[in-house]
Design a protein around this ligand. Structure first.
Ligand SMILES: Cc1cc2nc3c(=O)[nH]c(=O)nc-3n(C[C@H](O)[C@H](O)[C@H](O)COP(=O)(O)O)c2cc1C
Ligand code: SF4
Length: 401
């Protein structure tokens, strides 16, 4: 029972909380869900409405995803590049979010081995030369000059994000995108100062974070979405990711770390859990890719049963060794899970699918008309990233009326 001097968990969820230089109106962040409404990288009205609705639904901070730092860093051609031309559109987006009382974060990154180079018509980069299925061919290990260029791209994109009115910048250090792939012993086989030891593999992401922090200034929060485990044999695992997290903490460039895992290259279901929507994936792809998916799909998308807060057992290990603010992510669907996370010392939670299913869930938690979300973890929203990201169950409900 709560004593008169203690704030109950539920109350604490809806009290304002500090994230670096920001004050968030509550502890709930809308996690990145590639919105799929950036035709040829343009900011569309649909993208703005997506985030306005999340903001109106009560989340404290909504994350625009995914914002590439360069053309080569896009996932495919319909990915936004965070350059000067995107400032007017993104300013409309951040204004719309602010008008609803929420704040906006830009997830910035370079897709690396996850980039579809045929669609991008631009080469991508890897820590070491290897075959990449999304690139449909060989991707070359980056030279030090190329890495310096990517670092400059991150810095420029951070400046653009600030100019466009974003309150926070989330650097993508997860899912085996470029920065994450550098930390992975499975993907980084370099022999120079960017490969080998844990410290060497962390060097490139740390250099990037230093420059992003400098570009962001002191009014914008900088966070990172960070892989605790790649979820693949010989990949990054807690023994090394905890060491890297300590290095990131000691660098002091981050206001919080959002904890994730998995690999969009090698293990696409690790950070989702739940059903594999293979038929929908196949249908969303060109014929040849669909055929490949039928054959290799079960390897790329092994099934993991869904569990509420599935990353909590890993994230606890990080909570024990770090003093910096942490954001718990992964399978959060219930109010009591959020209260439990705060009780365990996590400063914030991030929710993706639960808020795709119900953008107003945070408000309904607050007014106590809901204690649990309606997402059933069917993952059929995943293939909708090619046609406008949405919850298909919600869509069906809306059509029925
Ligand atoms: C449709 C969809 C698109 C996603 N796109 C991104 C993305 O662009 N960047 C990213 O870091 N994570 C992305 N994710 C992963 C989520 O941010 C989150 O890590 C994952 O869904 C687990 O959280 P949840 O259980 O709250 O959904 C996406 C998730 C979904 C469902
Ligand atoms: S389609 Fe809807 S119900 Fe299914 S996982 Fe996605 S958000 Fe949840």
């Amino acid at each position: 029972m709560t004593s008169p001097n203690e704030t109950s968990g539920a109350t604490r969820v809806f009290e304002p909380a500090r994230l670096g230089p920001l004050t968030l109106r509550n502890r709930i962040i809308k996690a990145a869900t590639f919105e799929g409404v950036m035709p040829r990288g343009a900011v569309s009205d649909e993208l703005i409405e997506f985030h306005r609705a999340v903001a109106a639904g009560g989340a404290a901070l909504t994350t625009v995803a995914y914002c590439a730092v360069s053309e080569g860093g896009r996932v495919h051609r319909n990915t936004l590049v965070l350059d000067q031309s995107s400032v007017p559109g993104l300013t409309r987006l951040t204004d719309a979010v602010h008008a609803e009382g929420a704040l906006a974060a830009a997830q910035i990154g370079h897709a690396g081995l996850v980039a579809n180079t045929l669609s991008n018509k631009t080469p991508t980069l890897a820590p070491s030369t290897r075959i990449s299925a999304p690139a449909m061919g060989l991707v070359r290990g980056a030279t030090p000059d190329q890495l310096a260029a990517v670092t400059a791209d991150f810095e420029r994109s951070a400046r653009v994000a600030v100019e466009a009115g974003f309150d926070a910048i989330e650097v993508h250090l997860g899912h085996n995108y470029l920065l994450s792939s550098f930390m992975s012993p499975n993907l980084n086989k370099r022999k120079d100062g960017y490969g080998g030891s844990v410290a060497n593999r962390a060097r490139f992401p740390r250099e990037v974070l230093e420059r992003v922090r400098a570009a962001a200034g002191d009014k914008v929060a900088v966070t990172a979405k960070f892989n605790m485990s790649d979820g693949v044999p010989k990949g990054l695992w807690l023994d090394q990711s905890m060491q890297i997290a300590k290095l990131l903490e000691s660098d002091g460039h981050l206001d919080a770390l959002q904890l994730t895992g998995g690999s969009s290259l090698l293990n696409g279901m690790y950070f989702f859990r739940g059903e594999v929507p293979m038929a929908e994936f196949v249908a969303s792809q060109p014929k040849l890719v669909g055929l490949g998916l039928r054959v290799y799909g079960p390897h790329l998308f092994p099934t993991y049963p869904f569990e509420e807060a599935f990353f909590l057992p890993f994230a606890r290990q990080f909570r024990e060794i770090l003093s910096m603010p942490l954001i718990l992510l992964g399978g959060i669907n219930r109010m009591d899970t959020i209260v439990g996370a705060l009780d365990e010392g996590f400063e914030f939670v991030a929710m993706a699918r639960a808020l795709l299913r119900e953008p107003d869930l945070v408000n309904r938690f607050r007014d106590e008309s809901a204690t649990e979300g309606h997402c059933i973890h069917c993952n059929k929203c995943m293939p909708t990233i090619y046609t406008g990201t949405r919850c298909v169950v919600r869509e069906a409900q809306q059509l029925i009326g």
